[in-house]
Design a protein around this ligand. Sequence first.
Ligand SMILES: [Zn+2]
Length: 285
Amino acid sequence: MIQNISPEVFDNHFPDHEMTSPSPYDTVFAYDGRTILVRKAEDGTLAFPGAGEVIARGHAAAELIYLFSIDEKHFFLFTSFDKGSMPLELEGYTYEKNSVLRAAAPRDLRFAAVTGYHLYVWYRDNRYCGRCGHEVSYSRTERALVCPQCGNTIYPRLNPAVIVGVTRGDSILMTRYAGREYKGHALVAGFCEIGEALEETVAREVLEEVGLHVHNIRYYKSQPWGFEQDLLAGFYCEADPDEEIMLDKMELAKARFVPREEIGDEDADLSLTAEMIMRFRDGLE
Ligand SMILES: [Zn+2]
């Protein structure tokens, strides 16, 4: 899965002050909407600008916010969301859709860029206090935004969501989303509503999307998914016998129970969804 970068270690503890100023070879992520500034090599691998290149272009080091580290590599965010500033432009780099990150090697950079996007969206969308409307400041002691007017503290937001492997005998329910860029196989999935436990989200989403009641709901694994600012929790469950699929056509283009032997290879290297499909195919669930 995307977060598995072992033996390298992701470190997102809030830094001491020295680490908050970039060195020339530290990596900078610059996003513009759902795109990221990259340089594509001939072999398809992606490279990102170094802080030295950005500063040489006339930007101040203060425009770069420390994000996190992976081993000795430090990552910074270009703050293009501040009032009046333009997206970063650098020769040799272009803005590409975030989906290029799905295939980008090496793994540690892919995970870093997707996680950086999660923080970019949070910084960009929280420039003003939701309580009093004043412009917020960066906390110097923790990963938070603080309102100097009323003291409101805003922490990065995660959206909990579930991925559900609904099984019936030797088949698993595979879906395709309606009206989304991603065209691969999916499982039933949805966001946790306020007041709900995750297991209740599972039962509700399956009923809403495909009209089936389920039992034996059990937790499998979780995954951070910065593409959508999610924390995904994977569950397996069993469909009650003899119920017909009733598709929610707003959400899904297709849904059917696929027998193990018909399931092809999925890229389990990236997503929890694919890992769960492969695990079922291989008889481990
Ligand atoms: Zn405020």
